[in-house]
Design a protein around this ligand. Structure first.
Ligand SMILES: Nc1ncnc2c1ncn2[C@@H]1O[C@H](COP(=O)(O)OP(=O)(O)O)[C@@H](O)[C@H]1O
Ligand SMILES: O=c1ccn([C@@H]2O[C@H](COP(=O)(O)OP(=O)(O)O)[C@@H](O)[C@H]2O)c(=O)[nH]1
Length: 238
């Protein structure tokens, strides 16, 4: 059997993807399917850290947050990612994966705080580390948290699992004539305002020379193909 292309990766899981076809919240079948994909990767020996989003529960820029102080709404968004992280860790436990949740904001009775050396230790022990609460700061996104934690743990690549199967010339949900890039460099992605990730996340990855692979979370087997270095999704590179 061929070997994985990476030793350590940072997987960004969209919060919204956890909804499946539901209107909000966590869809059981969806989370189980995602965890089955993750289990395959974990068993291949790749060290895996996960940043989970929160858009399925709360988004700081959502209509429900209208009129709210932005920072307050963002803290609610970060707390939503903690709920998703707990659900994800629990679903992992069911299939025999040992996972540890680490939070960027202090809520010690619920999850342990993020401490970088501890996270590195868990990864070396073969545990999956789930980073919750984004960067711990309002006005940021979990994509930026993925870029930040990916850089901190020395991941070779950020794998962004999302609703679309790559980076397109325009938002494919709005423009059906948009075409997918096989690869694109950071400067071009930023200059063209491609919204698949926010500019802060792109810029941090660019400066750290940390490539990003954007691929579909709903396509069966896509995560494993990405990890094996096969042709899948879009590579964003320096
Ligand atoms: N140029 C683009 N290429 C691909 N997707 C894009 C592009 N511009 C906007 N998008 C949209 O970005 C979305 C992914 O970003 P985001 O909503 O932050 O997802 P996530 O919940 O995975 O973090 C896609 O569902 C897609 O509709
Ligand atoms: O470092 C962070 C990460 C997240 N958030 C808040 O948490 C919400 C959920 O995160 P995100 O939208 O990135 O999740 P996803 O798109 O993956 O579902 C965001 O809208 C923000 O309100 C934040 O304030 N700081």
């Amino acid at each position: 059997m061929s070997k994985p292309a990476y030793k350590r990766v940072l997987l960004k899981l969209s919060g919204e993807a956890l909804m499946g076809d539901d209107a909000y919240g966590i869809n059981r079948a969806t989370i189980e399917r995602m965890v089955a994909d993750i289990a395959e990767v974990a068993k291949s020996g790749v060290e895996l850290a996960v940043v989970i989003g929160g858009g399925n529960i709360f988004r700081g820029v959502a209509p429900g947050a209208q009129g709210m102080d932005r920072a307050t709404a963002d803290y609610m968004g970060m707390l939503a990612t903690v709920m998703n992280a707990l659900a994800l860790a629990d679903a992992m436990r069911h299939v025999g994966i040992v996972a540890r949740v680490m939070s960027a904001i202090g809520i010690e009775q619920v999850v342990e705080p993020y401490v970088r050396p501890k996270a590195l230790q868990y990864l070396e022990e073969g545990k999956v580390v789930i980073f919750a609460a984004g960067t711990g700061n309002p006005f940021f996104t979990t994509d930026t948290a993925a870029a930040l934690r990916g850089s901190e743990i020395g991941a070779e690549i950020v794998l962004k699992a999302t609703k679309v199967d790559g980076v397109y010339t325009a938002d494919p949900k709005k423009d059906p004539s948009a075409t997918r890039y096989e690869s694109i460099n950071f400067d071009e992605a930023i200059a063209k305002h491609l919204q698949v990730m926010d500019a802060t996340a792109f810029a941090l990855c660019r400066d750290q020379k940390l490539p990003i692979k954007v691929f579909s979370i709903v396509k069966p087997g896509a995560l494993m193909r990405v990890v094996m270095g096969e042709d899948e999704g879009t590579l964003v590179h320096v």
